[in-house]
Every structure is written in C-alpha cells, then in structure tokens.
Design a protein around this ligand. Structure first.
Ligand SMILES: Cc1cc2nc3c(=O)[nH]c(=O)nc-3n(C[C@H](O)[C@H](O)[C@H](O)COP(=O)(O)OP(=O)(O)OC[C@H]3O[C@@H](n4cnc5c(N)ncnc54)[C@H](O)[C@@H]3O)c2cc1C
Length: 514
C-alpha cells in the first residue's frame, strides 16, 4: 500500500513538473511588456518584421516554428544584465509556486538543429544577433567576438590580414554555440578544440553581474565554459588568439560509393598514425541526395604554407590517389574561400527539418566498414520517404594530437585526453521537408546510433564522448564527459548559479543535473 501511494505521489509530482515546465503565457506577456519599458525597441513581438526576421534565421525548421511571447535583442552586456535581472525576479526559485513561470532560450547563431535548443514556445528568446562586434587588439594577436557573431564575421576581418582562428568551417554558424560546445576547425590538430583557445569569456551570470573568466580570474568557470554550453550564463564576448595563416591546399572531392574501402583505409591510417600530421583536416562523408543517390565526399585540407596542388603533402596523397574522382574543388586558396565553399554547398539545406546524432569510437577500419553496412540498411528504408532531402554519415579524426592539447591550454569540460587513444567522431545527419516524417527520421537516426554504440562496445572500441554540438536531444552529453568533468561542472554551477537559474529557467540544450 505504501508503495502504491509513493507511486501515486511520484506520478503526480512528475505531472506537475511537466505542467510547471510549460511557460505561463500571462507571466511571459507581462514580462515582455515590462522588458519593453526597460529595453524599448529591443523587445520585439509576434507580427512585427523584426520578430519575423529573428525567427527566420534558425538553421532548422523545428527551431524556426517555435513562437516565443517576445524576442529580446540586446546590444550590450548591460542590456543582457538588465534582462537577466528581470527574468530572475520574475522566476523566483523557492518562492514562486509556478517556478519557472517564464523560461527563456538563448540564441547565438541559431545553428543547433534540435527543437528548443535556442528558441522556445510561449517563453522569451534572448537573441544575441546585435552583439556581433569584431575587434582586434593592437598587435592583432587576439580577436574579440560578440556573443551573437558568426564565424564568417571573424574570417572576413582576419583573412585579408593573413591571419586566422580555430573557428567553425561554415561562416553562418554561431561563434557562441560552437565555442561553448567544443569546436572543430580546419586547424584542430594544430590548435586543439576551438574552446581550448578561448583566452577570456565575458559572461553575464544568473545574478546579472558581468564577469570575465580567464586563466587569472574565475579560472574554474573559464574551464567549465569550454564545453559547458548555456549552463553558466550568457556569454557576451569571446577573446581568442589569432595566428598567421597563408594560403593552403584544400577542397572537396566526390567519389563513387564503391570506393568506400579505400576511403576507410586512408582515413584510419591517417587517424591512427603514430604521429598525426598537425596540418591535416579531413571530413569524410557518406551521403545520399535525391539528385545523386549514394556518393562519398571528402573535404580535405593541408593547412601548411608549402602545400599546393602541384606539391601535395604525403598525408593528403592517399585520399587524392583514390579514383575515379567525379568532382574535385582541390585548389590552393585562403581560409575565407574554403569557408565560403562549405557555407554555400550546405545552403540548400538551411531552413529544412534537421536532425543530428553522434558517437565516438577508437579508429578501426573493420569497425568502420561494419558501420557503413549499418548505414546502408537504415538508408534502404529512409530513401523510400519522398520528404528525405539529404542524409549524411560523417567521420572526423580526433587523434591524441588534439585531445592531448587541452590541459596545457587550461583544460576544458569535454573529458577527453590522450588516454582515450586515437578517436573517430561520427555524425549522423538527416534533412527532410515534411513534419509528418519527424518521428520516423528521428527514430531511424536514434536506432542507427544505438546500433553503432552497441557494436562499438562488442568490438571493444566504444568511447563515451558524445560531442555536444552534434548531439541529439536524447543523448547524455554531460554523462559522456565522465565523472570528473561532470563533478567540476556541477560544482561550478553551485558556485556561480547557486539557485540553478540556468538549469531551470533556460530549459534548452544539455543540462547538468538531469
Ligand atoms: C551547417 C553547420 C555547420 C557546422 N559546422 C561546424 C564545424 O565546422 N565545427 C563544429 O565544431 N561544429 C559545427 N557545427 C555544429 C555547431 O557548432 C553547433 O550547431 C553550434 O551549437 C552552433 O552554434 P550557434 O551559436 O549557431 O547555435 P545556437 O542554436 O544559437 O546555440 C546553440 C546552443 O548554445 C547556446 N548559446 C548560444 N549562444 C550562447 C551564448 N552567447 N551564451 C551561452 N549560451 C549560448 C544556446 O542556448 C544553445 O543551447 C555546424 C552546424 C551546422 C548546422
């Protein structure tokens, strides 16, 4: 009997929790009105062109179709601070019976595809799109990027100066989401994860204070933010070191799918090499599109100053030896040109329905071949759906050359180091047009990912890391960071956000205490 009543109580609590997590429309309408008094025209409402424009700049349709009560467009750290103070007084932890009565979402570049990651139905969306400042320090060794800037903003300034940064490979992707989630660039084998390079975060905390987190001040927070996503505050500025970058050899080559064995061998030989070539970057994608069917695309770069089409370095040669090449853009050019290539080639998928999922395993050619067969059987079912617009299974090397750099650079939250061995990061991406297919697509992606994980365990090549920026909402990203990193993140949350404001009032993304 006691057990029965405990069950009833637990069920009722779960139901009330669900109800409480839903924004209270009146509370949010009142909060929007009151924010309008504080921030004026920076608060925009449904039906206005500024609102429509803000909602129209999400990468995925699932994010764009959510309708917040209002969108707040701060143009300074002080605006963000006023916003946080207001939201913290509206959502009074421990006092408000409907806590949180008006949750909100934080939007940087709007490229996380999952529903609710950076937008919210009936709540409030804090869109940092007006915080797009880009500035260089006097000797141009550090670039400061506003919390709403996109990677293209940084490359536009740096490339003409012969400089670059360890940033995203698509110019439209937001700086904030990528840097607080990890970050893989063309230069990762030289620089480590993008987040490892952030010298300083300027961040607005739950009490509205504006603080700096770096090697000297708030060091624990500095480390936590490198992979800790939106769990600690709103980052309003990132300071990142620049480095000289000359033109280099790069581009994309498209192959027949029958070359899969040669691709997998070239990829694993590179990834598992005793010494990883620090200038190499590879994005190996098995893909399907309605126009071309099944193909393989390899985005390659060798970012050394002496690489060129006439002098391809030894590390890139095995990929270039694979024949036949249906299409190739290999050339010697600058970073912005390579970024534009990927931005433009991905553009037809912008604004469609989208899902990502990810896993990680130790480099092993036979295991990758097994995954290729799993993918084929999943795709046999999915390609019968007319709304499927594209499907990709992407492999990227995460060798110890990358994971061993973090500690020296101040550490991060990702929970990886050289003991994890030479890893392969896998991303499954599906794009489709009909909402009626949402469930089928997401289930197929989840089933495939689970099948790969189960096989990785039986092959002895499994790694727990799930890259936050490629992860599906059901994936346990923080768990995948491991116990030490998770404990640090939770401890920092208790220090910098003792009432759990960013855990409860910002429900989107991957939370620390779930
Ligand atoms: C086309 C495409 C290309 C990509 N290329 C790469 C790549 O080359 N390398 C790579 O590593 N990843 C890449 N990604 C993944 C990308 O890093 C993630 O999707 C990332 O989250 C996008 O950041 P955003 O600011 O655009 O996203 P948003 O959707 O705005 O935000 C993502 C998350 O970060 C939080 N957030 C945003 N801004 C802030 C802030 N200022 N303070 C605190 N929290 C914030 C949001 O609340 C949300 O939970 C790519 C994704 C796409 C769709």
């Amino acid at each position: 009997m006691v057990l029965f009543w405990s069950w009833v109580l637990v069920t009722l609590l779960a139901i009330s929790d669900l109800l409480l997590a839903t924004p209270n429309t009146t509370a949010c309408a009142d909060t929007c009105a009151s924010l309008s008094h504080i921030l004026g025209e920076k608060v925009v409402f449904p039906g206005t062109s500024n609102f429509t424009q803000s909602i129209g700049t999400y990468y995925s349709a699932q994010e764009a179709e959510l309708t917040p009560s209002c969108v707040v467009l701060p143009s300074s750290a002080e605006d963000v601070s006023l916003f946080i103070k207001k939201l913290s007084s509206v959502n009074r932890a421990g006092y408000d019976p409907g806590y949180p009565s008006c949750p909100f979402a934080i939007k940087g570049g709007g490229h996380a595809p999952s529903t609710g990651a950076a937008n919210i139905n009936r709540g409030i969306t804090l869109h940092l799109g007006a915080l797009r400042q880009v500035s260089l320090n006097s000797d141009k060794s550090v670039i400061s990027l506003g919390g709403g800037s996109h990677w293209g903003d940084a490359y536009d300034v740096l490339t003409p100066l012969g400089l670059s940064v360890a940033g995203g490979r698509n110019g439209d992707v937001g700086v904030a989401g990528l840097l607080t989630g990890g970050g893989i660039s063309f230069f990762t084998a030289r620089t480590g994860f993008s987040c490892d390079n952030v010298k300083n975060f300027e961040v607005v905390l739950a009490d509205g204070s504006i603080v700096s987190a770096n090697a000297k001040m708030n060091r624990g927070l500095w480390k936590a933010l490198r992979g800790g996503s939106n769990n600690f505050g709103v980052v309003v500025r990132f300071d990142i070191p620049t480095f000289p970058q000359s033109n280099y050899l790069g581009g994309s080559v498209t192959f027949l799918v029958s070359s899969f064995e040669a691709q997998i061998n070239a990829f694993t030989n590179l990834t598992a090499a005793e010494v990883f070539d620090p200038y190499m970057s590879v994005i190996l994608t098995f893909f399907w599109s309605p126009q071309y069917g099944f193909l393989i695309s390899n985005n390659l770069a060798h970012t050394s100053s002496n690489s060129s089409t006439s002098n391809p370095p030894a590390s890139i040669q095995p990929f270039l030896n694979i024949q036949p090449q249906l299409f190739s853009t290999m050339r010697t050019s600058n970073v912005s040109d390579f970024i534009n290539e990927l931005t433009q080639s991905g553009a037809p998928l912008d604004g469609l329905r989208n899902s990502y999922a990810t896993t990680t395993f130790q480099a092993n050619a036979s295991f990758m071949t097994e995954i290729f067969h799993f993918w084929n059987s999943t795709m046999a079912a999915l390609t019968t759906l007319p709304s499927l617009a594209s499907a990709g299974m992407t492999f990227e090397p995460i060798p110890t050359a990358i994971t061993s750099k973090s500690e020296r650079l101040g550490g991060n939250s990702l929970g990886l180091d050289a003991r994890d061995g030479n890893l392969v990061l896998l991303q499954i991406s599906l794009t489709w047009t009909s909402a009626a297919d949402d469930k089928t697509m997401m289930m197929a992606s989840e089933k495939l990912n689970n099948r790969i994980d189960a096989a990785a365990k039986s092959w002895g090549v499994f790694n727990r890391w799930k890259y936050l920026n490629y992860a599906a909402p059901y994936q346990e990203v923080i768990e995948g960071y491991g116990t030490i990193s998770k404990s640090h993140l939770r401890a920092m949350s208790k220090v910098y956000d003792p009432l759990g404001f960013f855990q409860k009032v910002v429900p989107g993304g991957f939370k620390l205490f779930t």
